[in-house]
Design a binder for this molecule. Structure first.
Ligand code: CP
Ligand code: NVA
Length: 329
């Protein structure tokens, strides 16, 4: 029996069970196959989706937009200057207005509290398109990519290298706990996740789930199926760049670091945008900011563009599943 996800918001994967996440991934795989076959059943016809992004976005916004268009929904992007949460009017008032007009909202913001307040008052599904604390729709795409590569998620060994306290690392840890991944967070001590958070996530975790935290590549990398990277400064933290370079310069993912997995078939993953050696003018001028070497990013074992594509299939699954019977409510 499918689980009814209609009307649910996706603020963090903490709110979803293993079975619910598995259902979203199954749906995404089916929608991906349908799109490849040219089948477009227009499951979101006559639905109206708001895209509200208070931070920049290329992939997430495009993923939601293409996914919604594929399924026949109407999209409206509301710019930060149009909606000034808590300045022009209260968040609660805006939420109630949007809830009367739209069927769902993809929302990218800074503090998680704003998402909670929007979702708590809108009465329609709100999907977290990234906030300072979490990035759940990215991790859904990552889990689908892992499943495509290894056939299953449970027991897959992933080393995340970089800022172990950011939104992506936190969401990966939640995904690991829910789906039975073996996750190693490789980060210098000041950027390691709080032990209390790791312990909390592992309480009641799915069978096989592991989260190990350390600063030694020689302990984290051997045997890993995948190495995962993210930028060293997240959006809103640009002023911390020099501090982060000092902390993370030994954690750049190079071919030598990849070789420490001891495997020729390990894949490389990154949520993107990525700074790799020749990627931008900024990266060329200040190569010390790069979290990954070109040889790794461009390597045949890199799966970064599969992840980017899967953003769309998984965003589509989230919208289709959570809006499925909203009209009947
Ligand atoms: N991975 C990701 O969320 O990319 P954008 O910031 O471009 O949306
Ligand atoms: N940690 C990054 C993720 C970008 C997709 C950020 O928040 O900027």
């Amino acid at each position: 029996m499918p689980i009814d996800l209609a009307g649910r918001s996706l603020l963090t994967l903490r709110d979803f069970s293993e079975a619910e996440i598995a259902q979203l991934l199954d749906c995404a795989a089916q929608l991906k196959a349908e799109k490849r076959a040219g089948v477009f059943p227009q499951r979101l016809a006559h639905r109206n989706i708001a895209l509200i992004f208070l931070k920049p976005s290329a992939r997430t916004r495009a993923a939601f937009a293409v996914a919604a268009a594929d399924e026949g929904a109407h999209l409206e992007a509301l710019l930060p200057g149009d909606i000034r949460f808590g300045e022009k009017e209260s968040v609660r008032d805006i939420a109630r207005v949007l809830g009367r007009l739209f069927d769902g909202i993809a929302f990218r913001c800074f503090g998680h509290e704003l998402l909670r307040e929007l979702a708590g008052n809108a009465g329609i599904p709100v999907w977290n398109a990234l906030c300072d604390s979490y990035h759940p729709t990215q991790v859904l795409a990552d889990l689908l990519t892992v499943r495509e590569n290894f056939g299953e998620i449970r027991g897959t060994r992933i080393a995340y290298v970089g800022d172990g306290r950011n939104n992506l690392a936190t969401s990966l840890m939640i995904g690991a706990a829910r789906m039975g991944l073996s996750l190693r967070i490789l980060a210098p001590p000041p950027l390691q996740p709080a032990p209390a958070l790791v312990a909390e996530l592992l309480r009641g975790a799915s069978q096989g789930a592991e989260i190990a935290v350390g600063s030694e590549p020689g302990a984290a990398l051997p045997g890993c199926d995948a190495v995962y990277g993210d930028v060293w400064v997240s959006m809103g933290e640009e002023h911390l760049l020099d501090e982060r370079i000092a902390l993370l310069r030994d954690y750049k993912v190079t071919p030598e670091l990849m070789a420490q997995t001891g495997r020729a078939d390990s894949i490389y993953m990154h949520c993107m945008p990525a700074l790799h050696d020749l990627s931008t003018e900024f990266a060329r001028q200040r190569p010390e900011v790069c979290e990954v070497a070109d040889e790794v990013f461009e390597h045949p074992q890199s799966r970064v563009f599969d992840q980017a594509e899967n953003r769309m299939h998984t965003a589509k699954a989230v919208m289709v599943q959570t809006l499925a019977s909203a009209r009947a409510r």
